[in-house]
Design a protein around this ligand. Sequence first.
Ligand code: RP5
Length: 174
Amino acid sequence: MGKNVDVAIIMGSDSDLPIMKDAAKFLDDMGISYEITILSVHRCPEAAAEYAKSLKERKVKVIIAGAGGAAHLPGVFAAQVPCPVIGVPIMSKTLNGVDSLYSIVQMPSGIPVATVAINGAKNAGILAATILSTSNDDLYKKICDYKASMNESVLKKNEKLHDIGYEAYLKDMK
Ligand code: RP5
């Protein structure tokens, strides 16, 4: 930790990594610099506060923070670092992630966290890239290309459905 990166991906536990890797993968695909960190504001609060200070000093542009259960991590970073924070509510075992969602989305006025769907780490990566693309023409083009390829893929599927009918389509999906 010490380099200048555009995005910091933070998660409360290594048990969040199988979900949070989707944000990292999208940033990799877009060629965006990032660092990825496990830190808990509950279990290691001093280290988390030190890291927040370092993100502020290095002027990181976007934070993606994933946490589950009593998910305070995104809000605590949003309170300390003056950049957009995207919260990823992680699916919890006992309450299916509704606890994580409410913990992240219900921020007090003045400290926003842009909250994606439960386990929506890929969308967090896309949103971070989209924020960065507002001041980066190359990235803006990559986001436009990404959207165009999604558009094309849905239209192709629709064409195939019309061509072969739903029964054959479903067989092809197996
Ligand atoms: C949160 O507690 C983490 O973000 C994780 O989603 C949840 C459970 O953590 P572990 O007990 O699996 O380490 O802080």
